[in-house]
Write a protein that binds this ligand. Structure first.
Ligand code: KOT
Length: 781
């Protein structure tokens, strides 16, 4: 059926040339040595681990490229409908280990590297994370190769520096000089014959593709992640703006919208290049343009790619000469929109809208609210409204969030379109990375216990339910506990080598890792630690003997301009400096803020946790995905009734999670009361007041510097710490109590992991495939 022709020469020679490479150990070592000598132009005698990583990666890449080419050919020949995922963020982590596991080559590479005098695990550590994103928004994992920010910690504060990811050649990324498009900025449009508009002038920038191979698990299918970089030419026709700047930064903020011209240019650059690429591919299949939505589905990852909506409209009207209605019909059957937050500051232009409404209460009709254009000085385009009206369907990322979305941000649109346009897809996580790769010991134990190959449950996570049969089996419990223990030792070793602290691995490990944000309430956690410290200090030595030792870990980045978030990091680091050396308490409570948070660091922290904290103010965390990762690895959850925590509890049973705090419907009332009937913190929550006062008094150094942070709680307490703190402390006490009975704890741990089937990203992708894209899986043969 293929339309492609053999370009020249003898077909058989080409076919022989494209058969797969051999993957036995001698072929692997041969390929490795060949890459050392040729691709790297190095010698065996001076090859270090980084060079060996590069050679091994290039050798695996050879296999990936063959699969990747075959995948492209397969889909070009079959020309099925394709789903495109437009995202400004992709947090991919490392590729090498993932590629080895997905290709089933890990053991062979292990043998091969040993034969060559290297240790595969050491080589895996040499790879830098691909960090093209801020946090959860990059959940389905790039886009803008350029300056990324890598926060470290210096003098207790976050330090920002360029990400070293870009300093070395990235073997997983292929520059495609053959794939490039011109993207126009500025200029003017005119109607030549009184009808058709011509856009010309301005600045033309070349968008060049960079492709990253994304191998599927246990399949030849290897997908493509296409990033765009400004090419080495630009034609500034009317403007002197530098094109290189467009792809020079990944904005390091999350949950905020920008009024920045550069951000808007990035968004247009990448959506225009992507659409040109999609249109080019569609044109290869010789179908009328009206059938576009039968061959193309485009998922918008939040509002960042929304400019794709007017851009496709422009192409259909100006280039394809379609009438408006026909073009709009195509557009609204092609796009699908996923919203990831109901926080107003993240909604492009929402803030301004609210300001206007305050000024003219009740004066603005529904029509004005739903308008794409926000009236005022200056006028604004409302990206969220554009994404909603330009898309066939709109979804939130957990049940509660999707309901809140319909009740708030898109309420008027639900009235207009009806319910069926709006739906939920609860997020998911990949068990390949978040079980098998980060916790091979647990993955092996599951396989051995269920007597099925790993591939079975890694492709069908519901299979973990089989573990429930073994919950009461003492031998299994012991093995389960031993794996948790060795993961805790791996983390302790990491902390010792990076921070120089020895940790008691028999203590409970309590972890909170996520972007620093007031709504996520890392503040509540650190105030809880201070409270625990003060309680310990007040105890007699005999009383202290009964206390469950605990190590608290934090990690995460703050947006560079987010003052309160940065102050929170500083507070955590300085509290740690005091309590980690206090002889009265240090064996019972220690605290670490691990610098340089990344996917790879999460892979060490998550399998080592006994408990993890997901404690956002109810109704603020759309879903969360790390909550799923911890639970899959047998960590228990302490959390609020928010986001996907709710669905996790539904699956694992409420007796296996530690819930606390007010529920979503109470939040608005409480905020109202705080505004109009404030009660002093000393009365409302003495325990919290005491912790804040201790910080104010300088016990943790930096006297006075934390006042702006503490005042956010003392004053209007928008995120309701004073309302939830007491029940939070009670929940932590219940956690301590439960941890005393280690056998019961292990049972909870097993039961939690066993019930995580729903949270596989395979289920989430399947939901999108059915609800939105109307595509089926197509496996390479
Ligand atoms: C950032 C800027 C604008 C709009 C949304 C965001 C955003 C949302 N950044 N991260 N999110 C998170 O997305 C995750 C994946 O859906 C959710 O699990 C998490 O709750 C969101 O906070």
């Amino acid at each position: 059926t293929g339309k492609e022709k053999w370009p020249r020469g003898e077909e058989k020679v080409w076919i022989d040339g494209t058969r797969g490479l051999d993957t036995d150990v001698p072929s692997i070592t041969k390929s490795f040595v060949n890459h050392v000598h040729t691709s790297l132009a190095r010698q065996a005698y001076n090859l270090d681990d980084f060079g060996a990583y590069q050679a091994a990666a290039l050798s695996v890449r050879d296999d990936l490229i063959i699969n990747w080419n075959d995948t492209q050919l397969h889909f070009t020949r079959k020309s099925p409908k394709r789903a495109y995922y437009l995202s400004l963020e992709f947090l991919m982590g490392r590729t090498f280990d993932n590629a080895l596991l997905n290709l089933g080559l890990k053991e062979k590479y292990n043998d091969g590297m040993t034969k060559l005098g290297f240790n595969l695990e050491d080589l895996l550590e040499k790879e830098r994370d691909a960090g093209l994103g801020n946090g959860g928004l990059g959940r389905f994992s790039g886009l803008l190769p350029g300056l990324k920010r890598k926060p470290g910690i210096a003098n207790g504060s976050q330090l920002e520096a360029p990400d070293p990811w870009l300093e070395h050649d990235n073997p997983w990324e292929l520059p495609r000089a053959d794939v490039s498009y011109e993207v126009r900025f500025y200029g003017h449009s005119e109607r030549l014959d009184g009808m058709k508009a011509i856009w010309s002038g301005g600045q033309e920038v070349l968008a060049m593709a960079y492709d990253t191979m994304v191998p599927g698990y246990d399949t030849k299918n290897t997908n493509n992640l296409r990033l765009w970089e400004t090419g080495d030419y630009e034609r500034a026709l009317e403007s002197s703006n530098s094109a290189a700047a467009i792809t020079s930064v990944l904005y390091p903020n999350d949950h905020t919208s920008f009024g920045k011209e550069l951000r808007l240019k990035q968004q247009y650059f990448w959506t225009a290049a992507s659409l040109a690429d999609i249109i080019r591919r569609f044109k290869n299949i010789d179908k009328p343009i009206t059938e576009f939505p039968e061959y193309v589905a485009i998922q918008l990852n939040d509002t960042h790619p929304t400019l794709a909506v007017p851009e496709l409209m422009r192409i259909l009207l100006d280039d394809e000469d379609l009438p408006w209605d026909t073009a709009w019909n195509i557009v609204t059957n092609t796009f699908f929109f996923t919203n990831h937050t109901v926080l107003p500051e993240a909604l492009e232009n929402m803030l301004f809208l609210q300001a206007v409404e305050k000024k003219f209460p009740g004066d603005r009709e529904k029509l004005a609210r739903m308008s794409l254009i926000e009236e005022g000085f200056p006028q604004n385009v409302r990206m969220a409204n554009l994404a909603v009206i330009g898309s066939r369907k709109v979804n939130g990322v957990a049940e509660l969030h999707s309901e809140l979305l319909k009740a708030t941000i898109v309420k008027d649109f639900v009235d207009f379109y009806g319910q069926s346009k709006f739906f939920n897809v609860t997020n998911g996580i990949t068990p390949r990375r978040w079980l098998d790769q980060c916790n091979p010991g647990l993955s092996n134990l599951i396989s051995e216990t269920l007597q099925i190959p790993k591939g079975v449950f890694l492709k069908d996570l519901y299979k973990l339910e089989g573990l429930l049969k073994y919950v009461d089996n003492p031998t299994f419990q012991k093995k389960w506990a031993a794996i948790k223990q060795s993961n805790k030792e791996r983390l302790a070793h990491y902390v010792e080598t990076t921070l120089g602290f020895k940790i008691n691995t028999h203590a409970m490990f309590d972890v909170q890792i996520k972007r620093l944000h007031e709504y996520k309430r890392q503040t509540m956690n650190i105030f809880g630690v201070v409270h625990r410290y003060l309680t310990l200090k007040a105890m007699t030595p005999a009383e202290r003997k009964k206390v469950n030792p605990k190590v608290v870990f934090f990690a995460g980045k703050a947006a560079p301009g987010y003052y309160i978030a940065k102050l929170t990091i500083r507070l955590i680091v300085n509290v740690a400096r005091v309590i980690n050396v206090d002889p009265d308490t240090k064996d019972l409570l220690s605290l670490f803020f691990l610098p340089d948070y990344s996917v790879s660091l999460a892979e060490i922290l998550i399998p080592a946790s006994d408990i993890s904290q997901h404690i956002s103010t109810a109704g603020t965390e759309a879903s969360g995905t790390s909550n799923m990762k911890f639970c899959l690895n047998g960590g228990l959850l302490v959390g609020t009734v928010d986001g996907a925590n709710i669905e996790i509890a539904e699956e694992v049973g409420e007796s296996n999670v530690f819930f606390f705090g007010h529920l979503t419907p109470a939040v608005e009332d409480l905020r109202y009361q705080h505004m109009y009937h404030p009660v002093p913190i000393e009365e409302k929550c003495p325990a919290l007041a005491q912790a804040l006062n201790e910080i104010s008094s300088g016990t943790f150094g930096d006297g006075g510097v934390y006042e702006p942070l503490l005042n956010t709680i003392r004053q209007n307490d928008y995120y309701l710490l004073t309302e939830d703190f007491d029940s939070y402390i009670k929940a932590l006490a219940l956690v301590d109590e439960a941890y005393q009975d280690r056998t019961e704890w292990i049972k909870k741990s097993i039961s939690t992991s066993a019930k995580m089937g729903k949270f596989s990203s395979d289920r989430a992708i399947q939901d999108y495939a059915q609800e939105c894209w109307n595509i089926e899986s197509s496996k390479l043969t």
